[in-house]
Structure formats: structure tokens, C-alpha cells
Write a protein that binds this ligand. Structure first.
Ligand code: DC
Length: 229
């Protein structure tokens, strides 16, 4: 059994659209560490429930779905990480807005969070882990070496998401995205279990006016100060 206590972890938490995903993937590449996309686990739970005809309100059944998720994260050199659920590739389908909203509903169920806790901690293997989520620094990896909390205004986050969708050729409404982001923030910040909030020892960065490169530079500097690179 590897001693998980010794595996270095950098946690990056924050609301949807704060740039966590991009920053974490770049950090993982540069440091040659593993990457945990914890939001994907909640999205996969929502999608698996949908596949099995289970309502997101049916807490007992959703808990069972989360505990038995049959998922593989495959590293694909050209396309990043490929996600396979019950034998089917779902890398893109879990990103749908509807799945994001359902993920936020299932993530508010304490038994679902409990069911996914150990699975997340198992990602911490040598040489280190970059963990992306909402409660990485507060609940899942409270002993992390470096904790970062990325924030940005709801308007800026909606605009980033809008540009991302348009660049993929997906039609989108900026107004609807902003409403979705606000609804999700409200649910993620006000739930009773593991609400979205910075750990007391987190480095908080408002990325509203920062580029990806600038954020990356600040986080890499912090990692250097901690002797992590
Ligand atoms: O980061 P994301 O948009 O893929 O996350 C999808 C949903 O999952 C989000 O609305 C909140 C939830 N989530 C969570 O509650 N805890 C995490 N560690 C990660 C995501």
C-alpha cells in the first residue's frame, strides 16, 4: 500500500468557469503529476443515473449509482483524458449543460459525496496530484501542500463559457448561461455538505482580469515557494 500521506497534492477549487480545468491540466502537464477532475465524477453519476432511468431526486438509488460507477479515465496522448462510462466513451457528453445542472443536484446529496470520497483520494499517487473541484482543499485533501481557490465574476465566467461553446460550433445564449451559472453557484455555495468555499489556508485568486498564463505563473510560483518543483 503506498503511503498516501507522503504523496504531494495541490488542490484547486472554485466555481464553474473560474478557469480551474484549464489551469489544472496545464499544471499537471508541466509538473508531470496526475490530475483529478472531481467534477467529472459528479457529472458521471448524473449521466449514469440518466442511463439507468433514475431520477436525480431519488437519493437512495443515486447513492448506489455513485458507489458503483464503472468508469475509466484513459490517458490519450493526443486528446488528453478520455472518459469511458460502462464501456461507452462519454468525454464530451458529460460536458452538456443539462448534465452539469444534474451533477450539481446529485452533488448536494451527502451519501453521494461520501460514496465518491475514497475514489477521489485514490487518485493521490506518486509523483503527485493536481486536484480540481469544489471541496478538494476543505474536505477531500485537507492536508494538501498547496491550496488554491480561483474565483471570477459570474459575468466573466458566463462569457468564457459562451466563447468556449461558440468556438466548438455549439449555439448558445449568453443570458441563459449566466442564469445557469448563478443557479449552480447558489446550489454549490449553499448546500449543507461540503459547500463551495475556500479553505482557510488557501491562496485566493480573482481571475476576472487575469489570463490563463498569468494565473499559471502565480500558481507555479507558489508551488516553487513550497518546494514542490
Ligand atoms: O466542475 P464541474 O462543473 O465539472 O462540476 C460539476 C458539478 O459537480 C458542480 O455543479 C458542483 C459539483 N462538484 C462538487 O460538488 N464537488 C466537487 N469537488 C466537484 C464538483
Amino acid at each position: 500500500m503506498p503511503n498516501k500521506e507522503l504523496v504531494p497534492v495541490i488542490t484547486v477549487d472554485g466555481p464553474s468557469g473560474s478557469g480551474k480545468g484549464t489551469i489544472c491540466q496545464r499544471l499537471a502537464q508541466q509538473m508531470e503529476w496526475h490530475f483529478l477532475d472531481s467534477g467529472a465524477l459528479y457529472r458521471l453519476t448524473a449521466l449514469a443515473a440518466h442511463h439507468h432511468g433514475i431520477s436525480t431526486e431519488d437519493e437512495e438509488s443515486i447513492k448506489v449509482v455513485a458507489a458503483h460507477l464503472d468508469v475509466q479515465f484513459l490517458t490519450d496522448q493526443s486528446a488528453g483524458i478520455k472518459i469511458v462510462l460502462e464501456g461507452e466513451e462519454v468525454t464530451d457528453s458529460i460536458r452538456a449543460e443539462k448534465i452539469g445542472l444534474d451533477a450539481s443536484t446529485v452533488a448536494a446529496i451527502p451519501a453521494v459525496r461520501e460514496a465518491l470520497l475514497q475514489r477521489q483520494r485514490d487518485f493521490a499517487v506518486e509523483p503527485g496530484l493536481i486536484a480540481d473541484g469544489r471541496d478538494m482543499g476543505t474536505v477531500v485533501f485537507p492536508e494538501a501542500c498547496l491550496k488554491v481557490f480561483l474565483d471570477a465574476s459570474a459575468e466573466e465566467r458566463a462569457s468564457r463559457r459562451y466563447k468556449q461553446l461558440i468556438s466548438k460550433g455549439v449555439s448558445a445564449s449568453l443570458e441563459d448561461i449566466l442564469l445557469d451559472i448563478k443557479a449552480r453557484d447558489e446550489r454549490d455555495m449553499n448546500r449543507t455538505v461540503s459547500p463551495l468555499k475556500p479553505a482557510p489556508d488557501a491562496v485566493i485568486l480573482d481571475t476576472t482580469k487575469m489570463s490563463i498564463e498569468e494565473v499559471l505563473e502565480v500558481v507555479l510560483d507558489e508551488a516553487k515557494h513550497k518546494g514542490l518543483r
